[in-house]
Design a protein around this ligand. Structure first.
Ligand code: HGY
Ligand code: MN
Ligand code: MN
Length: 416
């Protein structure tokens, strides 16, 4: 590992720390889609990008893009572009590296490639939204880049009653020009996403980096139990229709089923209790449900079983059960050519090529709908993510940087 790579890895670590201070809440990292601190992230990141020689722009979905112009593009041919990056938003109380690390690795890659002429443009993208926290819809940034943003999403409302359209306008962007964010499939060579593993596998096999084989399918649902509000002090216990009690039973059932099925992940992560007052029987509860499995069939069957369970619990309790929204995402395969090239780049650094699936969703899921994709994971000491204890080792960042650098040079040779 060269001293220059190590110095750049140190810079990536320091920049992750610095962006970690851009938060909606003091003392923890919360950075939702187009929230105020995202301006601060854009300002800092765009300044770093420009001093690395990139031209920068923010598209109307709030994605920040830095471009390294290809220097050896054949005259008369339309230039093609390699996209590389990840997301800049975070979950509430998240870590410093989920998403941000991939963007900053992309920027460090540009710095590592200094003086290398590429026969394609290299665009480093910081997606505005991946986590689905603010508008209960993930991949908003990458949807726009992939040309898959649906206009009706603009009417979605966040917890404060702001529509997505208003949020874009408040951020200083033009929701009616969102279509301009899309790249054409002809233009794009592919999308590479470097990301923290967010799990323990690479650590357990002693590998600093790994090649992602596939991203597990995911079903995201919004459900509701509706019962009857009432006075906590005067309504007899018999005959209550408490929507929170039904929800609690449902949540336990989700965990039980999730535990019984090998490889399944099933989570209720958000509850909206109405009216959410200590002295009122909860009349309505809206719940999120997140179900994942590497095999789509198992995931779909689990969702069906859980919905049947929800119905059964509701009818026993005399409440109503509704599915408000159901977004299934099938498991996503990697592009074999790009993955092969990435694997060769890993081998070139002297490390064995460790392959592993991703249990987490990534911008690559949305990008795969239009472009070839590949993902590089970095070892995650402790494997705890969506948590302030997220960690990555500087030396693993340096290895990832070398891998990406070898990858881009190999791709450049193929493209010539
Ligand atoms: O939820 C996920 O899998 C990702 O971290 N957004
Ligand atoms: Mn995440
Ligand atoms: Mn992520």
């Amino acid at each position: 590992m060269s001293p220059q790579t190590v110095a750049l890895a140190d810079l990536v670590m320091a920049r992750c720390d610095e962006l970690g201070h851009c938060s909606e809440e003091p003392g923890q990292i919360t950075r939702r889609f187009l929230s105020k601190p995202m301006h601060d992230v854009h300002d800092r990141l765009a300044a770093w990008m420009r001093s690395a020689g990139l031209s920068t722009r923010i598209d109307n979905a709030g994605n920040l893009i830095g471009r390294l112009e290809g220097q050896s593009i054949t005259a008369g041919e339309s230039p093609r572009t390699l996209l590389l990056g990840s997301h800049l938003d975070s979950v509430p109380g998240g870590g410093r590296y989920d998403g941000v690390l991939g963007v900053l690795l992309g920027l460090a890659l540009i710095e590592a490639l200094e003086g290398v002429n590429l026969p394609f443009h290299l665009d480093i993208i910081g997606f505005s939204e991946e986590e689905g926290v603010r508008f209960s819809k993930p991949y908003l940034g990458s949807s726009a880049v992939a040309g898959r943003f649906e206009t009706e999403w603009l009417e979605r409302v966040d917890a404060e009653g702001t529509t997505l359209r208003e949020a874009i306008v408040e951020f200083g962007l033009a929701p009616d020009c969102l279509g301009d964010a899309a790249y054409s499939t002809e233009e794009v060579i592919g999308f590479i996403e470097p990301h923290l593993e967010q799990g323990p596998l690479l650590e357990s096999c002693g590998s600093p980096v790994g090649l992602v084989t596939a991203i597990a399918g995911q079903s995201r649902l919004r459900l509701a139990f509706t019962g009857q509000m009432g006075h906590a002090g005067t309504t007899p216990m018999q005959g209550r229709h408490d929507a929170l009690v039904s929800s609690a039973e449902f949540i336990r059932a989700v965990r039980e089923l999730g535990t019984r099925v090998e490889g399944l992940r099933a989570t209720v992560g958000r509850l909206k209790v109405m009216p959410n007052a200590p002295n009122v029987i909860p009349g309505r509860v809206e719940l999120s449900l997140d179900v994942r499995h590497a095999e789509d069939e198992v995931r779909e069957q689990t969702v069906t079983e859980l919905l049947t369970l929800g119905e059964r619990i509701a009818s026993a309790d005399g409440v109503e059960f509704e599915v408000l929204e159901h977004t299934p995402e099938a498991a996503v395969a990697m592009d074999s050519q790009l993955s092969d090239l990435l694997g060769k780049a890993v081998a070139e650094t002297g490390y064995a090529v460790t392959e592993l699936p991703s249990g987490a969703g990534h911008d690559a899921v949305m990008m795969a709908k239009c472009f070839p994709i590949a993902m590089l994971f970095l070892r995650h000491p402790g494997g705890i993510s969506h948590h302030p204890d997220e960690r990555v080792e500087r030396d693993d960042v340096a290895v990832a940087l070398d891998v990406l650098s070898h990858f881009v040079k190999r791709l450049a040779r193929c493209a010539e």
